[in-house]
Design a protein around this ligand. Structure first.
Ligand code: MG
Length: 162
């Protein structure tokens, strides 16, 4: 048996503004600001989707869900992630694990990490222990540190048995 493995990485950042919900990894988090974007602006879900696409050199989510397409206005990003996951499966690949970091000065994300992992694991048909989600502040430095936005990084490992 030959096993192939691939790695992918994804990055995203969205601007924090008033009067928007804050949705991270599909979880709605109470906060005085939310992320601005064409879809629900779920920065972590976008980073994970880009990591999956990157592992197979399939481009990025903007290729498949362009902001110019009104169909994706306010879209639930978990639905986009489910479609990306299907593309990976269709090509015969399985996800080994996902790891990620959210960079946010506020709100404190620790109380939400378990829910976020569960939410992403559900869409990707993984166990929560295959989905690492960490949160860090940016020590008040740069755009994330000034609370102008929230960023996320993700890596995935996928494998294919033949
Ligand atoms: Mg995005």
């Amino acid at each position: 048996m030959n096993m192939s493995i691939r790695i992918g990485n994804g990055y995203d950042i969205h601007r924090l503004v008033a009067d928007r919900p804050l949705i991270i990894g599909g979880v709605n988090i109470a906060h005085d600001k939310g992320l601005l974007g064409h879809s629900d602006a779920d920065v972590l879900t976008h980073a994970v989707a880009d990591a999956l696409l990157g592992a197979l050199s399939l481009g990025d989510i903007g290729t498949y869900f362009p902001p110019s397409d009104p169909q994706w206005a306010g879209a639930d990003s978990l639905i986009l992630l489910a479609q990306v996951y299907q593309m990976v499966r269709d090509r015969g690949w399985a996800i080994a694990n996902v790891d990620s970091v959210i960079v946010a000065e506020r709100p404190k994300l620790k109380p939400h990490i378990a829910d976020i992992r569960k939410s992403l694991a559900e869409v990707l048909a993984l166990a929560p222990d295959q989905v690492g989600v960490k949160a860090t502040t940016n020590e008040k430095l740069g755009p994330t540190g000034r609370e102008e936005g929230i960023a996320a990084y993700a890596v995935v490992l996928i494998s294919q048995s033949a």
